[in-house]
Write a protein that binds this ligand. Structure first.
Ligand SMILES: [Zn+2]
Length: 169
């Protein structure tokens, strides 16, 4: 991965389409993976340099890359932008937030969160799935709200700093 930053990262999708991700986009991806690994406590994934990067698709020259089989990103090469994608396999929608619970798009808010249903082999009673989906949605909306409130507090703090700088001059 370190050498990839210098020369770009060459990836192929299962259909054989190959793309070279330029160094600036690789650096952006690298930073996002490091941040997300921390935010999502994915330390079991390994160090960012050891992770497997897989090309999912290259539609519209915007490669979708999955990392460690968990994190998914869409790279906009022309604008050097990066979108965090919903964790539902194959979904190209942007995730609502950046935590474990909010890493889904609006369409996948009902995806049952880990641990809300019994393990495979145990009995799942009628209505359990629907209850788990409802509970997952409520948990996700609460988590998203707290992310937005955090961002709001952060901006309010910066505005106070800005105001004090204005008053200093
Ligand atoms: Zn989705």
């Amino acid at each position: 991965m370190t050498s990839a930053v210098a020369g770009g990262l060459r990836l192929s999708d299962p259909a054989g389409n190959a793309v070279t991700i330029p160094p600036a986009a690789v650096a952006r991806l690298w930073t996002a993976v490091a941040d997300d690994r921390k935010a999502l406590s994915l330390y079991g994934l390994g160090e960012p340099g050891d992770l497997a990067f897989a090309l999912e698709s290259t539609a519209d020259d915007a490669p979708a890359v999955s990392v460690g089989g968990v994190l998914r990103y869409l790279l906009d090469i022309d604008d050097n932008a990066l979108l965090r994608l919903c964790t539902a396999p194959g979904c190209l929608n942007e995730s609502t937030g950046s935590s474990t619970l909010t890493r889904v798009c609006f369409d996948h808010l009902d995806t049952v969160a880990p641990g809300l249903l019994p393990n495979a082999g145990d009995d799942i009673l009628p209505g359990d799935r629907e209850d788990a989906a409802r509970e997952s949605r409520a948990m996700r909306l609460n988590a998203w709200e707290s992310e937005l409130r955090d961002a709001e507090r952060h901006v309010a703090g910066e505005l106070r700093v800005l105001e004090s700088l204005r008053n200093d001059s």
